[in-house]
Design a protein around this ligand. Structure first.
Ligand code: ZN
Length: 162
């Protein structure tokens, strides 16, 4: 399993809903979690490993561990905060993005169980960032104007494949 990186068009596809909760899905989630930790990330979406399906893995911290959500839907519950983001698929680029401060997350667990939670702060940001991946949206699309200008030379280099 390897990371798909910008500007790979796989990252721009709208990912498919998942309807089968089988062993293959559990294995994929396990491998994604492993890759996420190995890469020191706090979230990973299936399109980032070349699978265009609606599956994300998020690291909730030492106490709560990893959370796998299938077909996640994020609802903004208010507030707007600017914070710095990066992405394992856009290595080396950091920039400021405005996100909702508080979100509700709905989805399904690997066992078909319903997941419903609220998050704020960094976790709210991670859920928004990862769910965006499922719609082909990257954080670099949402950078503040100043961050966009700062990131552009690096992004251009990546697009030129150097
Ligand atoms: Zn990302």
């Amino acid at each position: 399993m390897t990371l798909v990186c910008y500007p790979d068009p796989l990252l721009r596809r709208k990912a498919e809903e998942i309807s089968e909760f089988n062993k293959e899905l559990r294995c994929l989630a396990d491998e994604m979690a492993e890759l996420m930790h190995r890469s020191k990330g706090v979230g990973l979406a299936a399109p980032q490993v070349g699978r265009s399906i609606r599956l994300v893995v998020v690291y909730l911290g030492e106490e709560r561990g990893d959370l796998v959500i299938v077909n996640p839907v994020v609802e903004c519950l208010g507030g707007e905060v600017v914070g710095e983001e990066g992405c394992l698929s856009v290595p080396g680029v950091l920039g400021k993005v405005v996100r909702a401060e508080k979100v509700g997350v709905l989805g399904v667990g690997l066992g078909g169980n319903e997941i419903e939670l609220e998050a704020d702060g960094l976790m709210a940001r991670v859920f928004q960032h990862e769910t965006d991946h499922l719609d082909g949206t990257l954080f670099i699309d949402k950078l503040t104007p100043a961050s966009r200008i700062a990131a552009e030379p690096q992004l251009r280099q990546m697009r030129q494949g150097s």
